[in-house]
Write a protein that binds this ligand. Sequence first.
Ligand code: ASP
Length: 322
Amino acid sequence: MTSNAHLPFGDQRSAPFYGSDILSVKQFDQQSLDYTFGVAHEMREMVSRVGSFDLLKGKILANLFYEPSTRTSSSFLAAMERLGGSVIAINEVHYSSVSKGESLPDTIRSLECYADVVVLRHPEVGASAMAAEYATKPLINAGDGVGEHPTQALLDLFTIREELGGVDGLTVTMVGDLKYGRTVHSLARLLTNYDVSINYVSPDILRMPTEVTEEVAAKGVSQSEHDALDSVLGDTDVLYVTRVQKERFDDLDAYESVRGAYTVTPETMDKAKERMIVMHPLPRVGEIDPAVDTDARAAYFRQMEYGLYVRMALLAMVLGKA
Ligand code: ASP
């Protein structure tokens, strides 16, 4: 641990998102994105220089997950600990009073008595916004069903900036389950802050919801829908691959009919640009052949690491320390 005296951080209570909830990417504009990525970049430098530091010493995060998670829950945990804070981790709500029938508002009101910030993942769209109405401490949406996953989209955009040097002028191709994949709902919306073209590649039953495409169109971003990856692969700078979200299907036959619709293989990579990246929010369940992992353009494991820095930045920002 090092002392905070020489850190490029300090009390910044006038900075964006101090004391605020982070519920949707719609809260971000170009200026607050630049600010967030600037802080995330500083976090990256600090982690590489000193590992952990005491910016949030004494602060407590309640990490409340009603749905499975590996990366989001553990990266928020690691982010808080690398900033010198501590974490109340409730990953198995079955072992909490939720299993006794406690409501989400009551659980949130209880946890915020002990914590300074709450991270919530919940299977229902809008659950974070509802919970935030009851919370007096900042609440961060870590995924609300098929709704949004704002911190994932922020780390996705940070990945694109760090890997390709910027976002303007890029063609982003999203492939897979665009209907139920909350990460692509957030990412498409966030990309409207830039001059990009977006391709959506999916089976017919898993198309991007019109609610999202209408919002993106209203911001003047060019979008097109396709059923084959080959038709857009050669122009793609960012290939964003997603898993078919089995748990969101009512009809398992429908799931079986689209499972494995797209698989990225070394042959796919042969047809892609030399300078491009492949991303995936993970977990992957067959959409990317592990033989692609050694390709320098495979950015999905680096993407996870960028997530740590973005979540460190967001925690510091909402707590007024970035
Ligand atoms: N981990 C991401 C999410 O929570 C993607 C996925 O589960 O497919 O939305």
